[in-house]
Structure formats: structure tokens, C-alpha cells
Design a binder for this molecule. Structure first.
Ligand code: PLP
Length: 375
């Protein structure tokens, strides 16, 4: 290869359709029956199959994970002026729907043991805001939060719990699927997630009545009448039958994807674990992660920016750990409870390429570049 030739890009986590073509079979069925939209067998099937997979009684297929968080907040009765606890270390999509509901986010710090919501900071927040209406818990990068501790704090205060499991489909905490501990759980099928529908989300709950209400809100809150009648504010949040077909096909390969993600993390650990100052994302005996993104923190001379730049020069994608919400210009006016663990994780964190289509040669390419920074 001549030196000016651009090497094929290695992605952080890109869509990976099944080799068997399951997704196309379901899409074809939608075309053949002309159930392109709005709903249809794929939507019903995807809801049922996902609910079974995670062990939840009911599920509503929606246009995005963000829409699912929005409807979960609404179902939990969150409205104007209500306080909602939200992890600070997350993607903005966790926090935005709190604002859609005209509610007030209070951001909670992470701990080093899980990178997720600190139960200690959560307890402190309850002291400061005893009137809190709901708590959103996130399972970041496919690592589960410490749900026993978090649920015991939340149950003491009789508050609604929403789990943002957008990044943790396939992750189990003590044998139970993430997203099924609280009152509501949400999943995302955005393009970079462990399985994707190109875009989409799912709201799950054991409360079937609330899920049917969410479906109603998601279809413009159309009352049962021959004419168009609306007694409540509605949203256009349903998933289409074509998109749901992709989801049904992808669900069949979820376990394979988790297996490959685990292989990628183990590969990195074996090859990079000995480098001074590298620490891998936490691993806890009660956590069975989906290993969505292999992530590290750095405490030595090599800084995250060195890795981002070195990889990008070779056409390889990597990225920082989420920038905490309390540091974001839009959200910094809201309160934050904690000790700055999330800030440290942001400052020192790197998400390594974790694409399930990567070959061993691709992994070696990444590793050689990173090792080079230590030479
Ligand atoms: C933690 C987290 N929450 C929520 C979302 C929102 O999901 P969506 O993009 O499907 O709206 C995402 C991903 O995009 C996410 O990573």
C-alpha cells in the first residue's frame, strides 16, 4: 500500500446487520403484505419478543430512546416544576426529556466502582430534595448501575424509577436484565447501539395499563371515536412496521453481538493492560455487561487527546467519555450533587473502537498505534 492511501475506517460502533439476512426477511414480509406503516405484525412481534428477552410484561415500540424516556416521565406523572434526579455522566438524551416536561433536573455524580449513579450521592440528594418526583438511572457503556443499593434508597422514598438502558440491552445485574428493576425501562436502537433499527426505542414496564397509555400518547392521543378527537396532548412517537422488522432480525443476533463485544474488551485488556497508567472500565462480580464500548481511563503521561489524535490520523474513531451534564452550557444552571468523580472520568476517559465487525487485524492495528504512544 502506498503511504498516501487512506486505510479503511474503523468505527467506534456501527450498524451490523445479521449475516443470515433476518432483517430483510421481516422487511420483505412488511412489503409483501403492504404493512409499511403505520403499525403491523413487526411492531407487535418486536414488542413481544423484546419484552420476553428482557423479562418485562409489556413493551411499546417508539421512534427513539429519547421518546421512550419522555413517555416514561409522563407515565410517572412528572410535570411542571417537579424535581427529577438524573446521572450527570450520560448523553444529553437522558436529561432533555426532563426539560420537555418543564421539570427540574438535579444531576447526581458517578462512583468509580460502576461509573454509574453513586448511591451515596443519591442519598445526599434525597436529603436536599425530599420532594423529588422521579429518579432516572443510566447503565452506561453497558455496565450496570448498582441496582440493589439504588432501588433500596429509592423505595425508601417511594419515588418512581426510570432506567435508561439505552446502552445496556443484553446487560444483566445479578441475573436480571437491566431496565426491569424500576417502574419503567427504556432501550435505544440508534445506529451506534449494540443492535440497531436505524433509529428507534422501546419503553418497557410490568404495568401493562401504563404501557397502553404510552402507546396512546405516542399515536397523537387519539380518542376512540370515528372522527378525530383528542382529550390529551399527543405525540407522533410510534415505530414504523418496516423499522420494527429490522429490530426483530437484530434481536436474533443480540447474544452474538454481546459475545463479540466481550471478545474485543478481552483483546484490549490482554494487549494494553500492562501499559502504565491504563485502567479499564470497572468490572463487578454482580454485573454481566454487554460490553457495548470498551473504555479506559488514563493517569500517566499519555493523555486521552494523544489517543484520539493518533487513532484519527489512521482513520480510526474513538471518543471521550460523556461530558457530564452539570458541565454543559445548557444544563450548568441546575444543581449537582457529588464529589466530581464524573469530571475525572470525563477528563481521563477514552472509549476505544468497539465495532463488532472488527477483525483481529483491525484490533491489532488499533493496539499498535496505542502502544506506540508509550514507546
Ligand atoms: C444513555 C443514552 N440515553 C438515551 C439515548 C437516546 O436514545 P435515542 O438516540 O434512541 O433517542 C442514548 C443514545 O442515543 C444514550 O446513549
Amino acid at each position: 500500500m502506498n503511504s498516501t492511501e487512506v486505510k479503511e475506517r474503523i468505527f467506534l460502533s456501527s450498524p451490523h446487520m445479521s449475516e443470515e439476512g433476518y432483517e430483510l426477511d421481516y422487511i420483505k414480509e412488511a412489503f409483501d403484505t403492504n404493512w409499511i406503516a403505520p403499525l403491523g405484525e413487526n411492531v407487535n412481534g418486536f414488542e413481544k419478543e423484546l419484552a420476553e428477552k428482557v423479562g418485562s410484561k409489556a413493551a411499546a415500540a417508539l421512534s427513539s430512546g429519547t421518546a421512550a424516556i419522555h413517555l416514561a416521565l409522563k407515565a410517572a406523572g412528572v410535570g411542571e416544576g417537579d424535581v427529577v434526579f438524573c446521572p450527570t455522566l450520560t448523553f444529553s438524551a437522558t436529561a432533555n426529556p426532563i426539560i420537555y416536561q418543564n421539570a427540574i433536573p438535579v444531576f447526581i455524580d458517578s462512583d468509580y466502582e460502576t461509573w454509574n449513579m453513586s448511591p451515596k450521592a443519591l442519598e445526599e440528594a434525597f436529603v436536599k430534595y425530599p420532594e423529588v418526583k422521579a429518579v432516572i438511572v443510566v447503565h452506561l457503556y453497558g455496565l450496570s448501575a448498582d441496582m440493589d443499593k439504588i432501588m433500596s434508597v429509592c423505595r425508601k422514598h417511594d419515588v418512581a424509577v426510570i432506567e435508561d438502558a439505552a446502552e445496556s440491552l443484553g446487560t444483566y445485574y445479578k441475573g436480571k436484565h437491566t431496565g426491569t428493576f424500576g417502574d419503567y425501562g427504556i432501550f435505544s436502537f440508534n445506529g451506534n447501539k449494540i443492535i440497531t433499527t436505524s433509529g428507534g426505542g422501546m419503553l418497557v414496564s410490568n404495568n401493562e395499563e401504563r404501557i397502553s397509555k404510552a402507546r396512546f400518547w405516542a399515536t397523537q392521543s387519539r380518542d376512540q371515536a370515528r372522527h378525530y378527537q383528542h382529550s390529551e396532548l399527543g405525540f407522533n412517537y410510534r415505530m414504523s412496521n418496516v423499522v420494527a422488522g429490522i429490530g426483530r432480525g437484530q434481536l436474533k443476533v443480540l447474544d452474538q453481538r454481546v459475545e463479540k463485544k466481550r471478545y474485543i474488551l478481552e483483546f484490549y485488556k490482554r494487549e494494553l493492560g500492562g501499559l502504565e497508567g491504563i485502567e479499564f472500565m470497572p468490572s463487578n462480580e454482580w454485573d454481566e455487561p454487554n460490553y457495548w464500548l470498551s473504555s479506559i481511563t488514563l493517569s500517566g503521561k499519555v493523555r486521552p487527546i494523544d489517543i484520539f489524535d493518533a487513532l484519527e490520523t489512521e482513520n480510526i474513531e474513538s471518543r471521550p467519555v460523556w461530558k457530564p451534564m452539570h458541565m454543559q452550557p445548557f444544563f450548568e444552571k441546575y444543581d449537582f450533587v457529588g464529589e466530581g468523580v464524573s469530571e475525572k472520568l470525563f477528563e481521563n476517559g477514552v472509549c476505544l473502537p468497539s465495532d463488532t465487525k472488527m477483525t483481529d487485524e483491525d484490533l491489532e492495528r488499533v493496539i499498535e498505534i496505542i502502544k506506540g504512544l508509550w514507546r
